[in-house]
Design a protein around this ligand. Structure first.
Ligand code: PRX
Length: 664
């Protein structure tokens, strides 16, 4: 969309369920109410407001005195530093003591009908047992534990068991390959890994233990592997002494484990994410601040009330799973959903049957799933009773207006609110989003900064703040907030370099954004070499490194191109070593091998959609690959390449154009 086009998009009124619902929205009924609430949470009152929220929403074992210290300038951020707080106690015990029978987790298994409700009482026992097992393995405060688990309710218990004893969990998305898992286990030096015999998705088994075993061949520090018997597969490799069954170890330990006394600034988890360079960064979050951001945003962005049933479809291996499946809903004591399946298994009605079956009040997913379901037609959504839904969330990538309208018309049926929520692994919780009872939405805009957050758009070159409306710049945040990450695991300098030094005094998101005439924010996507495939974040450098590891590959250049279904798709340009022998009449065979190479090093979700084998890549005379040229050619703008005079070999452009045209 051109920047002027943003101004033409109409707003949608606050939907009926937010206006006349049984629960009065926390913030409403209009923009004025939001403005007033936001103004009270920033500026001179900000610290007092954050302190009040921290006391209201969380249980502190020892009260804090200081609210915030440090800044983006100095990179020494701390929140509630004298406070002591346990995330597991906050998410489980409080509610289990109040009502042990209240549902904590709705587990929607891969096979429809195999669902299960786990109460807070049951969750407390499971969390305690796993915590006690970890203790028997010698895990103590500050140790890391890698979690490579399928979407099971026990995976949630695994996070909370670590949190209970002060261990730092490092979850790895089960779609990552053995090699990617190995790197992540080694980077944070876990001695313990939690996994399962197999995962299940869309009727298919995923050999998680076998993948973990392969990874562990290269992980000399790992001493214990705790294996959940999930599918009961007969075919599970076993390393005696190292591997232990979850149920057998759990049977040896008591059902209660006291929560550890932990400082607000102790580590809660590491989550690896992709940046501009090849090596993933272990983003580090700490307890008190993160938990406050999670609870606060679930409460206000989703307008969650105590009897709600929250349904976040994200995988536990991503930040959305951490914040909006585990910590946020459970810190508020509401039910949360673990959805093990896919949007289309066994039919494209699966999401809606799940909402109907469990009377979910909130449904949160990524635009890519909405695009897929929209394409498959309305018939699949029509038969479900979706009247329980009050708020529908979208996250992970910009939502295109067609997908937004589809959600609004066919899922929300113009009764429920839609919130397009923007955040990042680094921000911990939502930083830009509508508040459902107060903000009239414009499809495609994440709208306004969340309570307590102040943003700016900067001129990327001068770093000056852009004032007024109708401007486009890089999105940054001023002033710290509790759930902002604190560092990159074992690499504080990298944290400073990537996020805090580019524009001193600000947190740099890496995203570009537009502010329209009404002050609404439109996220335009990454301005760095990060690409977003179906809401999964990857760096082009990471995929290039994977390709270069293939024997015959000399060079690789990867770009993200728009894709109707997945948002962006990977297009890879590859040159081969001169001595490499292959059959040039069968390039598809080689391309297939290269796709397999990426799957092997990173995982299936990173698979290139297209591979172009070319004799050369467009480079400057100093040897820098000009990805801009390939991006334009793929976008069909090969006639608008601009100044090519810096190219070392201008002839290569035509070769690439021909390759791309031939494969279209
Ligand atoms: O580019 C933005 C995009 O996802 C990036 C963050 O990725 P990750 O850390 O993996 O977290 C994904 C889940 C929050 C951002 O830099 N992004 C996230 N949400 C939105 C978005 N882009 C546009 N609109 C959103 N609502």
């Amino acid at each position: 969309m051109s920047n002027a086009a943003y101004d033409a998009v109409c707003t949608h009124p606050i939907p009926p369920r937010m206006r006349n619902g049984t629960e009065v929205p926390f913030i409403g009924p209009n923009f004025e109410a939001y403005k007033k609430a936001h103004a009270e949470t920033v500026g001179p009152n900000a610290d007092q407001w954050w302190a009040q929220m921290a006391r209201e929403l969380l249980h502190w074992d020892r009260p804090f005195q200081t609210i915030r210290s440090g800044s983006f300038k100095t990179g020494d951020i701390a929140w509630f530093p004298e406070g002591y707080i346990n995330a597991s106690y906050n998410c489980v015990d409080r509610w289990a003591f109040e009502d042990p029978n209240k549902t904590a987790i709705i587990y929607e298994a891969d096979e429809p009908g195999n669902h299960k409700y786990i109460s807070y009482g049951e969750l407390l026992r499971e969390v305690s047992r796993v915590a006690n097992v970890l203790k028997r393995f010698g895990v103590t405060k500050g140790d890391t534990v890698s979690v490579y688990m399928p979407m099971t309710w026990q995976a949630v218990a695994a996070f909370l068991a670590c949190a209970r004893i002060g261990a730092v969990h490092s979850a790895v998305f089960p779609g990552f390959s053995s090699e990617a898992l190995r790197d992540r286990i080694n980077d944070c030096r876990s001695r313990v890994v939690l996994t399962a015999d197999e995962g299940r998705r869309g009727g298919k088994a995923i050999a998680l233990k076998a993948l973990a075993d392969k990874a562990l061949e290269g992980c000399p520090h790992v001493e214990h592997v705790l294996v959940l018997k999930h599918t009961g597969s007969e075919n599970v490799g076993w390393v005696a002494g190292r591997d232990k069954w979850w149920h057998e170890e759990s049977a040896k330990v008591p059902n209660y484990c006291p929560p550890e006394l932990l400082n607000s600034e102790d580590g809660l988890f590491i989550l690896y994410t992709s940046g501009s360079t090849g090596k993933p960064k272990g983003i580090m979050h700490t307890i008190g601040g993160y938990l406050l951001g999670a609870a606060l945003s679930v409460k206000y962005v989703f307008d969650v009330h105590p009897d709600d049933r929250f349904g976040c479809m994200a995988d536990l291996g991503w930040i959305t799973g951490h914040t909006y499946l585990v910590y946020g809903p459970l810190a508020l004591g509401v039910a949360t959903t673990v959805f093990e399946s896919t949007p289309t298994y066994p039919t494209p009605a699966r999401f809606w049957e799940t909402v109907d079956r469990h009377r979910l009040t909130h449904f949160h997913t990524a635009p890519t799933a909405v695009r897929l379901l929209r394409r498959l037609g309305e018939s699949h959504v029509q038969n479900a009773d979706l009247s329980s839904l009050r708020v529908i969330g979208s996250v992970g990538e910009p939502i295109n207006p067609e997908a937004w309208h589809w959600l609004n018309d066919h899922v929300g049926r113009r009764q429920a609110a839609i919130v397009d929520t923007f955040f990042q692994t680094e921000t911990g919780s939502i930083v830009v989003s509508p508040l459902p009872g107060a903000i009239e939405c414009k499809p495609g805009s994440a709208t306004v900064p969340f309570l307590g957050h102040e943003y700016a758009l900067l001129d990327p070159v001068t770093g000056k703040e852009l004032e007024g409306s109708g401007v486009e710049g890089v999105l940054v945040f001023k002033n710290t907030w509790p759930s902002i990450a604190r560092t990159v695991w074992q690499d504080h300098n990298r944290w400073l370099d990537v996020y805090l030094r580019p524009y001193p005094g600000y947190f740099y998101t890496g995203d570009g954004a537009v502010r329209d005439k009404d002050g609404y924010i439109w996220i335009k996507g990454r301005v760095d070499d990060v690409i977003n495939i179906s809401g999964h974040r990857l760096s082009t450098a990471e995929i290039e490194s994977a390709l270069i590891l293939y024997d015959g590959v000399a060079e690789a250049a990867v770009i993200g191109a728009n894709d109707e279904l997945t948002g962006q798709a990977v297009h890879a340009f590859v040159t081969l070593k001169r001595e490499f022998k292959y059959d040039p009449t069968d390039e598809p065979a080689l391309a297939k091998e290269l796709v397999l190479q990426v799957r092997k090093v990173i995982g299936p979700f990173a698979s290139p959609k297209k591979i172009y084998i070319t004799p050369d890549l467009p480079k400057t005379r100093s040897g820098k690959i000009m990805r801009r040229i390939m991006r334009k050619i793929i976008a069909g703008e090969g006639d608008q390449l601009g100044d090519l005079s810096t190219l070392a070999e201008p002839g290569v452009v035509d070769v690439i154009k021909a390759k791309v045209a031939a494969s279209a």
